[in-house]
Design a protein around this ligand. Structure first.
Ligand SMILES: *Cc1c(COP(=O)(O)O)cnc(C)c1O
Length: 376
């Protein structure tokens, strides 16, 4: 028996015809760059997210980079975010010469802890004359929305901006609000393994004003002005390919149904895991719906995690650790001067967490086969 961690082949069977037709359409019309599929996708995903505008781009990383550039982030700016995320969230901050300031996470949702965020903002204001508190990047880790009722007023009363890193949470909802409608800008990724994935790299920034959209359009194409060879600012080559937009249009048609299926898979896991001692299943906050990018459980400690993952491996079940090393302990961020012990919750969770197979097409009997090696 072999259970894939994420089953993109079964999904492909559902959309094969539409994907081929979409790609064929691009090959026929020949607008490989900025073809008509892109505005169509932007409009559809903005509408689905109950927000104003979407700007397609080359990856989730570029989405974050473009959003920070649109906010004018540069040297001397402090950007607050969590150390328990994929490297890209903080990497783009450093790439612009700004300084990531890490904030510990909530022990239940693993998302940025609003109380620690308040402390870190005032720490920077009172103790770091070299830095200007400028903005916050919240991350909806594993697909679960962050605590926006606590974060949004704090961020705005402090005069900061809020960027939502929704790379894992496209389709998630916070108290009736799709996550990509939250914040000054929200960024998502269409990397193949994300809830809505293409067949390559892709991403999107969501924003609320014509002005922000125009600015993002300019940043996306080398800072262009009204004319293509007018350059108003420094930008990037951040376009999404027409072919990837065509793939996404085909896959988006089945995406709402897939979200429902992911929730069913999560519910079945929760029921199966309830009888297993020492493993903590994910807890979704009241009023939130996760996009279930990952289904992560907490072991008692690191040794227990190793045992569990060994048992799964013996049974032919893949499992993965997201994320084994918090960002403040990464060599790439050594110059920030953090040390072990600085973010006790993030470090504790990183030492205990592991992810089980999760995708919309996971059958009930396969889930039983995933969980049974963990019993006893
Ligand atoms: C995947 C991911 C990104 C980066 O997206 P890419 O499309 O791979 O560039 C950023 N942030 C988080 C939280 C992610 O999971």
């Amino acid at each position: 028996m072999s259970i894939p961690f994420i089953d993109l082949k079964t999904q492909y069977r559902q959309v094969e015809e539409a994907v081929k037709k979409g790609i064929d359409g691009v090959l026929e019309h020949g607008a490989y760059i900025m073809g008509p599929e892109i505005p169509e996708l932007e409009a559809k995903l903005a509408e689905f997210s109950q927000t104003d505008f979407g700007v397609g781009c080359a990856s989730g990383t570029d989405a974050l980079l473009m959003a920070l550039m649109a906010q004018g982030v540069g040297r001397g700016d402090a950007i607050f975010t969590t150390p328990f995320t994929f490297i890209a969230t903080a990497e783009v901050v450093s790439l612009l010469g700004a300084t990531p300031v890490f904030v510990d996470i909530d022990p239940v949702t693993y998302n940025i802890d609003p109380d620690d965020l308040r402390r870190k903002i005032s720490y920077v204001r009172n103790n770091r004359a070299d830095l200007k508190a400028k903005g916050v990047i919240s991350v909806d880790i594993f697909g679960q929305p962050a605590d926006y009722d606590a974060i949004e007023p704090m961020v705005h009363n402090s005069g900061l901006f809020l960027i939502v890193d929704a790379a894992q949470s496209f389709g998630a909802v916070y108290k009736g609000r799709p996550v990509c409608s939250i914040g000054d800008m929200a960024c998502t990724s269409f990397f193949p393994a994300k809830p809505l994935g293409c067949y390559g790299d892709g991403g999107m920034v969501f924003c609320h004003s014509e002005e922000a959209r125009t600015l993002l359009h300019s940043i996306r194409v080398h800072g262009m002005g009204l004319d293509k060879y007018d350059n108003d600012r420094i930008g990037i080559n951040g376009r999404i390919d027409s072919i990837q937009a065509a793939v996404l249009l085909a896959k988006f048609a089945i995406f709402p149904g897939e979200l429902t299926k992911r929730q069913e898979v999560a519910d079945r896991y929760a029921a199966l895991l309830s009888s297993i001692d020492g493993l903590t299943p994910p807890v979704i906050a009241e009023g939130s719906a996760s996009a279930w990018a990952q289904y992560c459980v907490l072991a008692r400690d690191t040794e227990h995690r190793t045992e569990c993952m060994e048992k799964l491996k013996e049974a032919g079940v893949p499992s993965v650790i997201y994320y084994p090393k918090p960002l403040h302990l990464q060599k790439a961020f050594k110059s920030l001067g953090y040390a072990e012990g600085d973010f006790p919750i993030a470090e504790n969770v990183a030492g205990r967490i592991f992810a089980l197979p999760m995708h919309p097409y996971l059958a009930a009997e396969d889930q039983e086969a995933v969980v049974s090696p963990l019993a006893g």
